[in-house]
Design a protein around this ligand. Structure first.
Ligand code: COA
Length: 265
């Protein structure tokens, strides 16, 4: 039995486990608690021999996840940034190396860390209103939870540079054309389509499925370890710059302004 979670929900449906990112009022932004709870839920799922497939989605209609919780980014220093990056990488690598297939059912905003999580999944189904991208550059940082590596493997170097370096955001149909998602479906069909895919996966022989997943991942990735280490090094380095601090803090002052406006109304 898993413990009750604060930031995610888990639900077993026959031989599939649904993991739902559950901070809808914050567009399911991923904070340290959510990372920890995701890790625990994945461990539980790994150990549960009855479970054959996992589906990850976001609570509410607005977002799969709008990325790392920026209020936590605001507190990072050069000393703590490396640990922050490594923790996210470790949890998303857990998704990637899980012995069962993982489907991302992408609804709404799927940005930054949210997209990094989706990229660690084996299959990505997107609702037609999904919007995907890496806004990190605007904050003066780079994706630090595996995005620099997995995006390039998934869509190629040219598109990865466009999305990460220029910060271009793409709608579901464009994401489909570039191979970032596997299928686009109407919002009200997302759950049923994810279940149908999970059903097909559950019908596959689990051991062959597990080895296929690992073989494909290890064959396409080159040196993941070296790539992830480099990503952490650069992510950390950026926290020594004034530019990054200012940009991340600007999101905070936007929030304060919003609150002040609400109060004065
Ligand atoms: N971290 C923390 N809080 C976040 C967040 C994030 N990444 N993304 C959204 N939120 C919070 C907002 O602060 C707001 O909280 P509040 O209601 O307490 O003020 C709430 O979620 C709703 O977001 P809001 O910005 O009001 O919604 P919107 O529809 O106007 O805009 C986005 C949606 C996704 C365009 C906008 O929220 C955004 O740009 N988010 C940041 C995305 C990002 O840079 N992610 C990468 C982080 S590395």
């Amino acid at each position: 039995m898993s413990r009750p979670y604060e930031t995610i929900k888990t639900k077993k449906e026959q031989i599939t486990t649904w993991i739902t990112l559950n901070r809808p009022d914050k567009l399911n932004a991923i904070n340290a608690t959510m990372l920890q709870e995701l890790s625990e839920a994945l461990d539980t799922t790994e150990k549960d021999t009855n479970i054959r497939c996992v589906i990850i989605t976001g609570e509410g209609e607005k977002a799969f996840s709008a990325g790392a919780d920026i209020t936590e980014l605001q507190k990072l220093t050069q000393e703590t940034a490396a640990e922050f990056s490594r923790k996210g990488q470790q949890v998303f690598s857990q998704v990637e190396t899980l012995s069962k297939p993982v489907v991302a059912a992408i609804n709404g905003y799927t940005l930054g860390g949210g997209l990094e999580l989706a990229l660690a999944c084996d299959f990505r189904l997107a609702s037609i209103d999904a919007e995907l991208g890496f806004p990190e550059m605007k904050l003066g940082i780079i994706p630090g939870w595996g995005g620099t590596q997995r995006l390039a493997w998934t869509v190629g170097v040219a598109e990865a540079k466009r999305l990460i370096m220029l910060g271009d955001r793409v709608k579901a149909e464009e994401a489909l054309n570039m191979g970032l998602v596997d299928k686009v479906v109407p919002p009200n069909k997302l759950k049923a389509e994810a279940e149908a895919l999970a059903q097909r996966l559950c019908e596959c022989p689990p051991t062959a499925l597990k080895y296929a997943k690992h073989a494909i991942n290890s064959g396409t990735q080159g040196s993941l370890e070296a790539g992830l280490k480099k990503e952490t090094d650069f992510f950390t380095l950026l926290f020594s710059t004034k530019e990054t601090k200012e940009r991340i803090e600007a999101f905070g002052s936007r929030e304060t302004k919003k609150r002040e406006t609400v109060k004065s109304e």
